[in-house]
Unconditional design. Structure first.
Length: 415
């Protein structure tokens, strides 16, 4: 072997050894680490709105009362012509006239001595923001901050009002209205009594610890008069809906009452002393006392067959829902629909008043089944369409998962 070849072989062998040492070295050992990163490379990136804010000179402020966008941007060198382009080019995404007081804004400028404005950002809510590109092709796009979802569980016995029970658990009181809507087809909330209880698993979304949007009920149990009413959230055909443990929709074909925030002032009875006529007669309806002007809603989809006035009924509306059911709403101060109108469940059809034979503002709600007036509070009303058989296995898995989550969080409460 020639001396020249031996020299090349030695160099090659040494190279192999060095490579092997590098591959086998411990990267956590500062003496053996193959790559030394600079402090600048290791520093966290200040990313927000899709930008590395360290690449800009950032100005921040809040919209003042009666302030318009041009008043914010003109001190930074944005001309009237540029402002027109910004307003026109962004109109399909965001109308700059809609900026609101107290909302935060940010201006990203070049870091050189020119401090040329590059982007303007308007935060319309804790989650949503709009970015306006101020140079070259001027345009606007909408962005959203990443949210963090948190599960919470509460339970409590009702000793007063549902609202207070929810508030006492430290939960968003908006859940009260959500529960009322969820169980509107199953529970008469005018008859909630002491000893009823509620528990629920719900989800909130936060951005930097600030709650955004409405909470979402994932599973709940309402114990009413010794009976359990369970509800589970499940996605069906792209929509989140609630079903009972058997996969039946929580949404019935009829609401329990045509008004919110009221009380029953007179029940359905075959014999009642009439306060105006001063004699006993049948009262084939349910009276809901409520403040004058309270919206009255249709309890189910249907077609308006009467929208009229009589001396006894006052201003009233009657709706035919199908070949079996009809409903009527009496003593309105104002009617909001006409004969022939098709209304959907929850649509406003009039407003509470005291027209006709009425001593105070209320709505007399009447209910017909096969042409006979019946008490809607004692009727077993039909439910909406249940889940398809093909979806039941997925629903059962999701229901079991939610029950396990509830049990886990409930156990944490008792620790």
């Amino acid at each position: 072997m020639t001396k020249r070849f031996q020299t090349h072989l030695s160099i090659f062998s040494l190279a192999l050894v060095l490579v092997a040492c590098s591959l086998g070295s411990n990267s956590n050992d500062p003496a053996l680490g193959p790559v030394q990163q600079s402090a600048e490379e290791l520093a966290p990136v200040n990313t927000k709105f899709g930008f590395n804010l360290d690449d800009f000179h950032v100005q921040t402020g809040h919209i003042e009362k009666n302030q318009v966008l041009s008043q914010i941007l003109s001190p930074f060198g944005i001309s009237a012509l540029q402002m027109d382009l910004i307003a026109n080019n962004s109109r399909e995404v965001f109308d700059v006239r809609r900026i609101k007081p107290k909302k935060q804004w940010h201006l990203l400028q070049a870091t050189d001595s020119s401090h040329t404005p590059q982007f303007f950002i308007y935060e319309s809510s804790p989650r949503d923001y709009y970015v306006f590109q101020l140079q070259d092709s001027i345009y606007c796009w909408k962005g959203q901050h990443p949210t963090e979802k948190t599960l919470r569980y509460i339970e409590g016995e009702i000793d007063g009002s549902l609202y207070q029970t929810i508030a006492d658990q430290g939960a968003p009181t908006l859940l009260t209205l959500q529960l009322a809507n969820l169980y509107a087809w199953s529970i008469d909330f005018y008859r909630i009594q002491k000893g009823d209880a509620v528990s629920m698993l719900y989800e909130i979304e936060t951005v930097d610890s600030v709650v955004v949007g409405a909470p979402r009920i994932l599973a709940s149990n309402f114990k009413h008069k010794g009976r359990d009413f369970n509800a589970f959230c499940f996605e069906n055909d792209g929509r989140l809906m609630h079903y009972d443990e058997e996969g039946r929709s929580m949404k019935k074909a009829f609401l329990k009452a045509p008004v919110e925030y009221s009380r029953i002032s007179s029940k359905f009875t075959k014999k009642r002393y009439h306060p105006v006529l001063k004699r006993y007669k049948a009262h084939l309806g349910t009276d809901y006392a409520a403040p004058r002007g309270t919206p009255i809603v249709a309890v189910a989809d249907g077609t308006v067959t009467k929208s009229s006035y009589t001396s006894g009924n006052g201003k009233f509306v009657k709706i035919k829902h199908n070949s079996v059911y009809e409903t009527q709403y009496l003593h309105m101060s104002k009617r909001a629909v006409n004969v022939g109108d098709f209304v959907k469940q929850g649509d406003v059809i009039g407003y509470v008043g005291s027209t006709g034979l009425a001593t105070g503002p209320h709505v007399c709600f009447r209910f017909w089944k096969n042409g006979e007036q019946v008490n809607p509070l004692t009727e077993e009303l039909p439910s909406a369409e249940p889940l398809q058989d093909s979806l039941m296995p997925s629903f059962i898995l999701e229901k079991d998962r939610l029950i396990q989550l509830q049990d886990s969080l409930k156990n944490e409460l008792t620790l």
